[in-house]
Write a protein that binds this ligand. Structure first.
Ligand code: 5AD
Length: 349
C-alpha cells in the first residue's frame, strides 16, 4: 500500500489521527520534501498556540546513583565505573537560588532511582523550594514510585512529573530493560501521575536498539491516547560501559521528524529540544525548535558534578547547554526567530 505522504501530514494537522499503517508508512518513507513540509506545518501550529516563545527549565541532576539496570543507560547500577554523587538539600536549594537569579521559573529535579532520597526527604526538599520560591514550578523526574509516594510529592507542591515510557511495546520494553522492569508497570505509573493531577510528561529515545517504524508508530498512538502535557524525545546515543555500547546511535533527521509529528498530534504540548539532540549534532537544539519544540532545559547542576551524570557518551554540560550561558542561548534562539521567555511556561489549553 502506498499513501500520499503530504496528505497524511495535512490530515494530522487537521487533528485526524492516522491509522498505525499510515504512520508506519510516513515514518519509513519520509524524505527531505516531507520533512520540510512537516516542519513548516509544525512551526505554524506551535506559533498558533505558543507564538515564538521558548520556555526554559533549570535542570538539577540531584543524584547519579540508580538502583535500576536499564541496558541503554550509563548510570545503570551495573556500571561499576560510573562516578556517583548525591546533592544535599542545601546544595539543591543553592542551585534553585542561582537558577532563580538567572531567570528560571521552573526547576526540574532529575535523578536516578536512588533510595537514599526517601519520600520524607523529597517532601522536605519540595516544601523548602516551594517556601523559598512560591511562584516557581517544580518538576520531578525520579522514576517509578508508588501511588502513595507520588501523592506525597504532589501534596507537598510538585507541579509536574516526567517519566518517559521509553517504548509503548511491551516486548520491546523487555529488550531494553532487565526482567525486574515492565512496560505495564511503567504505564501504570503514568496513569497514577495523571490521576494525581500532575502535568505529566512521557517520551522515548529515537533509534533505540531493536526499534522499527512500527514501534515508533505505536509510541505516537500511545502518546495520543494518554494525552500528556509534555513529551521528551531524543536520539539514542550509546554509552561505552553498557550492554548497548556497540549499537548504532539514533538518527537526528528521524528525531526531528518525530518532533514535527508530535507537534501536530499534540498541538498544545510542551516539547523540549533535548540535550541528547544537542549532543548528537552541534545545532541540534535549534533544529529541534524549528521542527516544533518549544522548551529548552539548560543544566543547572553544580559544575563539579555535571560530568558525572553521564547517561550517554559525550553528553554536553557546558557551553550553551549550561544555565550560566543563558545570554548565548537567548542569542541563538533570536537568530532563528524565537525568543526565550522567563515565565513558568505552563501547559496552555
Ligand atoms: N541515549 C539517549 N538517551 C538516553 N536516556 C538514557 N540513556 C540514554 C542513551 N544512552 C534517556 C532515557 C531516560 C532519559 C532520562 O534519558 O529515555 O528516560
Amino acid at each position: 500500500m502506498r499513501y500520499d505522504r503530504i496528505g497524511l501530514i495535512d490530515q494530522l494537522e487537521m487533528q485526524q489521527i492516522l491509522l498505525k499503517e499510515e504512520l508506519v508508512y510516513l515514518i519509513a518513507n519520509f524524505g527531505e520534501k516531507e520533512s520540510r513540509y512537516l516542519f513548516e506545518r509544525a512551526a505554524a501550529m506551535r506559533k498558533k498556540n505558543y507564538g515564538t516563545d521558548v520556555y526554559i527549565r533549570g535542570l538539577i541532576e540531584i543524584t547519579s546513583y540508580c538502583k535500576r539496570n536499564c541496558l541503554y543507560c550509563g548510570i545503570r547500577a551495573g556500571n561499576q565505573h560510573a562516578e556517583r554523587y548525591r546533592l544535599t538539600k542545601e546544595e539543591i536549594l543553592e542551585c534553585c537560588h542561582i537558577g532563580n537569579e538567572l531567570g528560571f521559573k521552573t526547576f526540574v529535579l532529575q535523578g536516578g532511582e536512588d533510595p537514599y532520597y526517601t519520600d520524607e526527604l523529597m517532601t522536605d526538599i519540595i516544601l523548602a523550594i516551594k517556601k523559598a520560591y512560591p511562584e516557581n514550578a517544580i518538576t520531578l523526574s525520579l522514576g517509578e514510585k508508588s501511588y502513595e509516594s507520588y501523592k506525597m510529592f504532589r501534596e507537598a507542591g510538585a507541579d509536574r512529573y516526567l517519566l518517559r515510557h521509553e517504548t509503548a511495546n511491551n516486548e520491546h520494553y523487555n529488550q531494553l530493560h532487565p526482567p525486574q522492569m515492565s512496560g505495564q508497570e511503567r504505564k501504570h505509573c503514568l496513569a497514577d501521575l495523571k490521576r494525581l493531577g500532575f502535568q505529566f510528561g512521557t517520551g522515548f529515545m529515537v533509534g533505540s536498539p531493536f526499534q522499527t517504524p512500527e514501534l515508533l508508530a505505536e509510541d505516537l498512538l500511545f502518546i495520543h491516547e494518554i494525552q500528556p502535557q509534555m513529551v521528551g524525545i531524543g536520539p539514542f546515543i550509546p554509552h561505552h560501559e553498557t550492554p548497548f555500547a556497540d549499537q548504532q546511535a539514533g538518527s537526528v533527521p528521524l528525531t526531528l521528524f518525530m518532533i514535527g509529528l508530535l507537534r501536530l498530534i499534540l498541538p498544545h504540548a510542551l516539547l523540549p529540544s533535548t540535550t541528547a539532540l544537542g549532543t548528537a549534532e552541534a545545532n541540534g537544539r535549534e533544529l529541534g525548535i524549528l521542527a516544533g519544540a518549544n522548551v529548552i532545559m539548560p543544566n543547572l547542576s553544580p559544575l563539579d558534578v555535571r560530568k558525572k551524570y553521564m547517561i550517554y557518551d559525550n553528553k554536553i554540560a557546558t557551553g550553551l547547554e549550561a544555565a550560566e550561558s543563558l545570554a548565548g542561548l537567548k542569542k541563538s534562539m533570536n537568530a532563528i526567530g524565537y525568543q526565550i521567555v522567563e515565565t513558568r511556561g505552563d501547559f496552555k489549553k
